[in-house]
Design a protein. Structure first.
Length: 615
């Protein structure tokens, strides 16, 4: 994968040998086979692995700077002075010497960066505004050890990685381990727009950027549309520059837009790649074909089979350095592999559009709840609820009304997550008593509440968007796509997350993102005439995987599940009785619902096997 790893020590003689940096970097290159460039000196080491066009290293007597990804220097009053340095990395070295962490304000794009001040024993680490490129770190007391993968850090001799029970619990709750925590105690992941500064054995964290919403900015629609389309075209041009680029094409608004824009900026028929399923209610290939015909793409398709899933499960688990339970990683991998076989080295992913412009179905649902929760308390509690809940709770409109009011009166963001699978099943039914005694079952909701309160927004839609930028995008969708592409041996870039587009989205009036219950109102209206009408009006779907259905109908997949769950029983995390009920009763009766839990438990056991051996 494209990324950095290394360490810096502030005490002489308290570091690892050069051979360890080679071992650490090898974990980053194990799937895509990218070349490794390593550097080391007294008490420090640094390595990059990436396509040669996707990293820069600058070194002088005082500093070494490495940048991985697709960064660009911002246009600032000092821009000409900095560009005279000869490269982005050299410009950062100069700026860091002058103004410390403020140097990060000078770059944009998708990147991770490490700056080591050799003599001062200082290290600055940072990732881009959206967190597209992961970076982990551990403070050993004498060394700051860092890497794009937790696996790389764990190879350093001073890092004593131990599995964190809370990380395991959070994985089952979220289906991934949310940052800044990880599956290992003492190992953290940088948040989007965050930096860490290591000096004299101490760590300080800071944010060089945060999403700030301008909720009162009003401009004519035509003016906004013109700027949006210009920014979108520029973002696709930047993302595809210098690459043999193609585009994921699910048939949704984001992927279709990027496919069309790719053809527009290159002047050539864009190459697009889609995944289908022979399963009713899951296959979206028809919409992908509509977009492909509309934009005249060189279109490629692949239908994922249950046997493909069986083959991919251990590979997906190996590619993710933490337990990861998003099943759409499988079709994403096969789609990226299809592109790789076609000669593509960089794919454009449409991730981020929903979280910037208001495209998730739950936004409309929460708006409907807010119509009641925003009523004056005296009206709700003094009049409506005493009458409504005095009526017998039966089916029909009365029962639905009572359920609506119960949900609507929950505070945000607990209301936002009230369909959480673990909460519905109950932690005591899922986990062993011994395991639960070691964790805080309220921690996931506490994390989400803290993140919700810290959003720089007053409106419900923007608060939800800010929450999803972290939990849905940075912690889930971006790792899914980047790791799947890494496994397939291609790079991925995300034009929707271009800094200028992100800033533009933050200035859109809330009503242009969610207009009543109409999702992505501005985005769709601005692209009307560019996108086919069928794409604009379709219901959101994506690369969902019919796990539950195939568990019922495909014996090899069911057997794989049973084998993995049998081994998971012995780890004393999940109650054996729950696993037995899950496989013998629940999946057979409610495959779509309980299949999700089977999947995340399979992937947990697979992660143990791929990364921890028999541990």
């Amino acid at each position: 994968m494209s990324g950095l790893c290394g360490w810096n020590s502030y005490q002489a003689g308290q570091s690892a040998g050069h051979e360890f940096i080679e071992r650490m970097a090898a974990t980053l290159a194990r799937f895509d086979g990218y070349s490794i460039k390593s550097h080391s000196g007294e008490g420090w080491a640094l390595a990059c692995t990436s396509r040669s066009s996707s990293f820069e290293v600058y070194e002088d007597n005082d500093q070494i700077v490495a940048i991985s990804g697709n960064p660009r220097l911002r246009t600032t009053p000092d821009h000409s002075l900095l560009t005279a340095a000869g490269s982005t990395a050299a410009a950062l070295a100069r700026a860091f010497a002058q103004c410390g962490a403020k140097c990060l304000e000078l770059i944009e794009g998708e990147y991770s960066v490490a700056i080591i001040a050799k003599r001062a024993g200082q290290t600055l680490l940072a990732v881009d505004r959206m967190g597209t490129t992961p970076l982990y770190y551990a403070n050993t007391g004498t060394n700051l050890v860092f890497g794009a993968s937790a696996d790389a850090i764990n190879l350093h001799p001073l890092v004593n990685a131990r599995i964190d029970a809370q990380g395991l619990y959070d994985y089952i709750y979220f289906h991934m381990v949310p940052s800044p925590g990880t599956i290992y105690s003492g190992l953290n992941r940088l948040l989007p727009g965050q930096y860490v500064l290591f000096s004299e054995g101490k760590i300080s964290l800071g944010a060089y950027w945060a999403m700030n919403f301008d909720e009162h900015h009003k401009r004519p629609f035509a003016e906004l549309r013109e700027e949006f389309l210009s920014l979108l075209q520029s973002a696709v041009r930047n993302a595809s520059a210098g690459a043999r680029a193609g585009a994921f094409l699910s048939g949704g608004t984001d992927s279709s837009t990027l496919a069309g824009m790719l053809g527009k900026v290159t002047g050539q028929p864009p190459r697009t790649y889609s995944i289908g399923f022979e399963a009713e209610g899951y296959d979206e290939m028809g919409y992908a074909r509509i977009a492909a015909r509309h934009f005249g793409t060189e279109h490629h398709e692949y239908y994922v089979t249950p046997d493909d899933v069986v083959a991919a499960i251990p590979q997906i688990a190996a590619a993710h350095d933490q337990p990861f339970g998003n099943a759409s990683a499988v079709p994403t991998y096969y789609c990226a592999r299809l592109a790789k076989e076609d000669g593509i080295d960089t794919l454009l992913g449409g991730d981020g559009g929903d979280e910037l412009f208001g495209g998730n179905e739950r936004y409309a649902k929460q708006h409907l709840y807010s119509l009641y929760s925003d009523l004056p308390s005296f009206l709700r509690k003094g009049l409506i609820e005493p009458i409504a809940f005095a009526l017998p709770e039966v089916g029909g409109i009365i029962g639905k009304t009572q359920r609506y009011m119960r949900n609507a009166t929950q505070p945000m963001p607990a209301r936002y997550d009230n369909y959480n699978l673990l909460e519905r099943l109950g932690p005591t039914n899922v986990f062993t008593a011994e395991f639960l005694a070691t964790v805080d079952v309220q921690r996931p909701q506490t994390l989400m509440a803290e993140a919700y309160r810290q959003t720089h927004a007053a409106t419900l839609i923007n608060r939800m968007l800010a929450l999803d930028l972290k939990y849905t995008l940075a912690d889930n969708d971006l790792p899914k796509v980047t790791r799947s592409c890494e496994l397939a041996g291609v790079d991925v870039r995300f034009p929707m997350l271009d800094d200028a587009l992100v800033t533009f989205s933050a200035s859109l009036a809330p009503g242009l993102k969610l207009k009543g219950t109409r999702l992505r109102y501005f985005f769709k209206e601005a692209l009307r005439g560019f996108l086919p009408d069928e794409i604009i009006t379709k219901t959101k779907h994506g690369f969902g995987l019919p796990v539950g259905l195939w568990l019922q109908s495909h014996p090899p997949l069911l057997q794989l599940a049973l084998d993995n769950l049998a081994d998971l029983k012995r780890r004393n995390i999940i109650r054996p009785e729950f696993i037995d009920e899950l496989t013998s009763l629940h999946v057979k009766s409610h495959a779509g619902y309980y299949g999700t839990m089977v999947w995340i438990l399979i992937m947990l056991e697979q992660w143990f096997r791929q990364h921890r051996g028999s541990a």
